[in-house]
Design a protein around this ligand. Structure first.
Ligand SMILES: Cc1cc2nc3c(=O)[nH]c(=O)nc-3n(C[C@H](O)[C@H](O)[C@H](O)COP(=O)(O)OP(=O)(O)OC[C@H]3O[C@@H](n4cnc5c(N)ncnc54)[C@H](O)[C@@H]3O)c2cc1C
Length: 427
């Protein structure tokens, strides 16, 4: 089984980057060259400070180079649920934050001129896999109408979902026009190119192996180098297990493997039936399945406890799911398959905060971080500049290490099995 992503096969070349050798000084050292780290670096540089990024692997080697490229303002937790649990202002703050994240991504693409990122804001369809889920979508649409007075997401009946997706299996859907798709690896490489063009240092193959505090400086040690900075940002998300320096963050996360397949090029008559309006689509299952058309292929992704490494059975499982959603694709081959880790949190929300006076982080995007991590990077820049940032529920105050974290692997399998079971019995 060959594991290669469509993105790696179609991306523009990455900027030439070296590993860190010798001593460096900067204002803010950023650990992790995904969207969070890259976006933080961009805004820190904009504010006149000097950032420097180190990544243990290559540029956007983590989720930022492997995701589905779905750009959406939604969180995994519904607004009416947030309002029931907290209050109206909290739910409205989250709603606005979701859209601020999308704005932040669009602004980045436009300001930096990232045409290779192929951003297309064609809208997102949340497609209900049963009537129970349809009622959940209706409650979201009603909440938006009632509490915001707007129609940023609207219900669409089953026959319209059929026309818009090409699939007959959904009970109806929720259309969110301000959403879309992007080439995720080109997006990351584009921001990195902007950074290196303006002289920001980005080092790859340079794992932060030790982080210490010496007086008012933070020292980050890599295999062949050392950075001395005023502050440090941890932007390691689902890959916070690369070295021990992010142990305390890793213990707050439950990494779930998420897999994606891309078909071989499809003939025009087949393509014409799939997402003809250019929307991206995700279903309402707990173990979410999502799909979009990219060029002349369909890409289809899903989450699950697929294990520590890529497995052919997980990809076969996805292919079977794809054939259920789109029987017309049953006989087409899969040309690309790949996977990555999404960082789940106990409250299904991302969090940003401070570990100590000089150390900041933003992690836990729960599989919805393309826009959100771009926005979080901007917030991290403001936080390290000493600005007061209003994060609401996304603040780090309640974000603590998970008890019995060492048992997460069997726990993930159990939880995933239970969620799959609930999906199968239609609850
Ligand atoms: C398969 C998949 C599909 C997804 N699909 C979507 C989607 O369609 N839409 C959406 O919104 N979100 C999606 N996501 C989530 C989204 O990709 C992430 O939320 C986002 O990319 C997180 O970016 P990040 O910069 O925080 O982390 P990452 O991109 O994961 O970057 C973390 C980096 O930290 C580095 N690192 C770790 N430890 C160290 C160390 N000690 N020293 C130096 N470097 C270190 C790693 O090498 C890595 O490059 C998906 C994720 C996956 C895995």
């Amino acid at each position: 089984m060959t594991v290669q992503s469509l993105w790696a096969a179609t991306a523009q070349p990455a900027p030439a980057l070296q590993s860190l050798e010798g001593e460096r000084q900067c204002d803010v050292v950023i650990i992790g060259a995904g969207y969070t780290g890259l976006s933080a670096a961009r805004h820190i540089a904009d504010s006149g400070r000097e950032p420097l990024i180190v990544d243990a692997n290559t540029l956007a080697w983590g989720a930022s180079g492997r995701n589905g490229g779905v750009v959406s303002p939604k969180f995994r937790v519904g607004f009416s649920a947030l309002m029931a649990r907290y209050d109206r202002d909290t739910a409205l703050h989250m709603y606005r934050t979701g859209y601020a994240a999308v704005d932040s991504l669009v602004e980045t693409v436009e300001t930096l001129g990232l045409t290779d990122a192929s951003l297309h804001m064609g809208g997102h369809i949340a497609a209900a896999h049963n009537v129970h889920a349809l009622a959940g979508l209706e409650s979201t649409a009603n909440w938006i109408k009632r509490e915001t007075g707007g129609a940023s997401s609207v219900m669409i009946p089953a026959d319209q979902v059929r026309e818009m997706t090409g699939s007959t299996i959904f009970a109806g859907g929720l259309l969110t026009p301000k959403a879309g798709g992007i080439h995720p690896l080109n997006y990351a490489r584009g921001i990195a190119r902007h950074l290196t063009d303006r002289g920001v240092k980005v080092f790859i193959n340079s794992a932060a192996q030790r982080v210490t505090h010496e007086g008012d400086r933070v020292i980050v040690q890599t295999p062949q180098g050392r950075v001395s900075a005023r502050q440090v940002i941890y932007a390691t998300n689902g890959y916070s297990d690369q070295t021990r320096v992010t142990d305390s963050l890793h213990r707050r996360l439950i990494p779930f493997r998420s897999a994606i397949i891309a078909t071989e090029p499809l003939p025009a008559h087949v393509l014409a039936t799939l997402m003809p309006g250019g929307q991206v689509c995700g279903d309402t299952k707990r173990m979410l399945r999502w799909f979009r058309v990219v060029g002349d292929r369909l890409i289809f992704g899903g989450r699950g406890a697929f294990g520590k490494n890529d497995s052919s059975s997980a990809f076969d499982d996805l292919q079977r799911s794809m054939a259920v959603v789109f029987p017309i694709l049953r006989d087409y081959k899969i040309a690309y398959r790949w996977s990555g880790l999404v960082a789940m949190t106990l409250d299904y929300l991302p969090h940003a905060g401070k570990l100590d006076e000089r150390s900041y982080y933003a992690i836990g995007y729960n599989g919805g971080g393309v826009a959100m991590s771009t926005w979080m990077g901007k917030q991290l820049s403001a936080m390290t500049a000493g600005e007061n940032v209003e994060l609401g529920l996304l603040a780090g105050d309640t974000f603590k290490p998970i008890p019995l974290h060492a048992f997460r692997a069997p726990g993930v399998r159990l939880a995933a099995g239970w969620q799959q079971f609930l999906d199968v019995i239609g609850r």
